[in-house]
Design a protein around this ligand. Sequence first.
Ligand code: CA
Length: 219
Amino acid sequence: MRILVVEDDENLNRQLCQALTDAGYVVDSASDGEEGHFLGDTEPYDAAILDIGLPRMDGISVLEAWRRESRMMPVLLLTARDRWSDKVQGIDAGADDYVAKPFHMEEVLARIRALVRRAAGHASNEITAGAVRLDTKAGRVTVDGQAIKLTSHEFRLLAYLMMHKGKVISRTELTEHLYDQDFDRDSNTIEVFVGRLRKKLPDDLIQTIRGLGYQILAD
Ligand code: CA
């Protein structure tokens, strides 16, 4: 899952990126509204964390522009604690949720988890496919109740496919959502990871749809 962080406070930006990376997300960051708007408009994100007070273009204008351009990823706004009018304006502009500063990092992570999950149509942190159970909060995978060890790349790939089970996901989509913008996007990498996942999971879990991509069948 790929997340965009738009925050001009350098320290806070770094802390958010670190916490999200530690939680297994791929993170791009911007430190002003124009750059943030550009990234959100051109790269596919599963969610964005957007500060309201930003140089060059304020967060509300960024959000309004994204929504006008039909960029519908879930957006978590960062607001100043006592500015209730910001929250109202933000929600009117199309924000999905907000957190008031100062916040606990755990709260931001929980809200992002919920937004990403809801956007993919899941009500809980656990997603199952046959004997496979994936816990997006704990970062755990079990098959028939037995824990399976996955690398972070393997986990992300499996989580993305399970979040979108029933849909055919192209290699391009996987590459775009699993790696940040600086990654050397070689589609063979995805094939290698899928091959490794297949060795650790039930054979028929990840189907190859020739010429289109991969799919985990809906139950
Ligand atoms: Ca700010």
